[in-house]
Ligand binder design. Structure first.
Ligand code: FMN
Length: 368
């Protein structure tokens, strides 16, 4: 008898039958080719973690100007589709499901990564208190260029094209990355959006860009194959706005319009908290959002089970535990100890199996 019957219970996500409620959180690991084509190694990584009911593959650039990491993957040219097909085939062969996280970093990039193209953002406000890895070493962020109103449909179209490529690559769905201070989050938050046009100035207007991206992606995938990720409490990438409560509860209530596959909330504080007030909780989102809710950040087997049993969440995503422990779900099933957390210095090693696909299963660690 498992200690987490709810977490390990199958669930229906739209028309998809998932084996359990454990989600592999999207995690950038910089294991793609230099031209952003996913590698066989990535297929091996995701296949190893296919015990998860749902895997969400890492942040994937929607355009050649949306590069924030060397060796990150892309979904902006046909060659990328060929690479991703190997990943989806590997996961499907193991009986699991996989969504692709489609992403534009907005201001969180650098000319040194984008062939000299300056980052774009809702407003010309620089990301402070952090640096970015470039081919020329770590650098301060640059002040981005504010997007012209007429340019915005072009960026929305990039998300749509990425969704088309994701579909061609046989992903079961896509997750729109609205979290962690990237372009969509930059539009949502008053800290980074000082626009005077229809995309800024009010909570409703700041939501407009995400709304347009969702509608564009819904031209490609049915609503029950599209998720949205938000980080209302996060400080990562220099985020946190005084009106975060009103903004994010509004966004969640508006997203009800679409009957999406899920809303993925980074509710926990384990990835950094902006301390602008009390953190928003899953219970608060449950009140305003009527679909499937995924929680994330700092969860353990025990706290995940509690959240699902109490009805606050339907599924829980695990990030760092999945990096170090490929057979996380099997360990939960049997009550086996997890591997030690991987040293963060090994998170972004370019294209190597070290700290990526070489972490032992319970059998290999002789725990089983
Ligand atoms: C190495 C690393 C890479 C990450 N990359 C992404 C990403 O590409 N997209 C995203 O939405 N979150 C990303 N995150 C955040 C994770 O999805 C997750 O929210 C975070 O690790 C907190 O969950 P945990 O406490 O279970 O690790 C990343 C986290 C880590 C540690």
């Amino acid at each position: 008898m498992t200690a987490s019957p709810k977490l390990l219970e199958p669930i229906k996500l739209g028309d998809l039958q998932l084996n359990n409620r454990v989600v592999h959180a999207p995690m950038t690991r910089t294991k793609a080719e230099a031209d952003f084509t996913p590698t066989d190694l990535m297929g091996e990584y995701y296949a190893q973690r296919s015990g998860a009911g749902l895997l969400i593959a890492e942040a994937t650039a929607v355009s050649p100007d949306a590069i924030a990491w060397m060796h990150q993957p892309g979904a902006f040219k046909p060659k990328h589709v060929e690479g991703w097909k190997k990943v989806t085939d590997a996961v499907h062969a193991k009986g699991s499901k996989i969504f692709l996280q489609i992403w534009h970093p907005g201001r969180a990039t650098h000319t040194a990564l984008n062939n000299g193209t300056l980052a774009v953002a809702p407003s010309a406000i620089r990301l402070e208190n952090d640096q970015i890895h470039t081919p020329e070493g770590k650098k301060d962020y640059e002040t981005p260029r504010a997007l012209e109103t007429e340019e915005i449909p072009g960026i929305v179209a990039q998300f749509k094209q990425a969704a088309i490529y994701a579909q061609e690559a046989n992903f079961d769905g896509v997750e729109i990355h609205g979290a962690n201070g990237y372009l969509i989050d930059q539009f949502l938050q008053s800290k980074t959006n000082h626009r005077a046009d229809g995309y800024g100035g009010s909570i409703e207007n700041r939501y407009r860009f995400l709304d347009e991206v969702v509608q564009a992606v819904l031209d490609v995938f049915p609503a029950n194959r599209v998720g949205v990720r938000l980080a209302p409490n996060g400080v990562f990438n220099d985020m946190g706005s005084n009106d975060y409560q009103e903004q994010f509860l509004y966004v969640a209530s508006r997203l009800n319009e679409y009957s999406l596959a899920y809303l993925h909330m980074m509710d926990g504080l384990a990835f950094g908290f902006h301390e602008r007030g009390e953190p928003l909780t899953l219970a608060q989102f449950r009140e305003v959002y009527h679909g499937t809710l995924i929680g994330n950040c700092g969860y353990t087997q025990e706290t995940a089970e509690q959240r699902i049993s109490s009805g606050e969440a339907d599924m829980i995503a695990f990030g760092r535990p999945f990096i170090s422990t490929p057979d996380l779900v099997e360990r939960f099933q049997h009550g086996w100890a997890l591997n030690e957390e991987l040293d963060p210095a090994k998170w972004y090693l370019p294209v190597t199996s070290e700290g990526y696909t070489d972490l032992p299963t319970a059998q290999e660690a002789e725990l089983a």
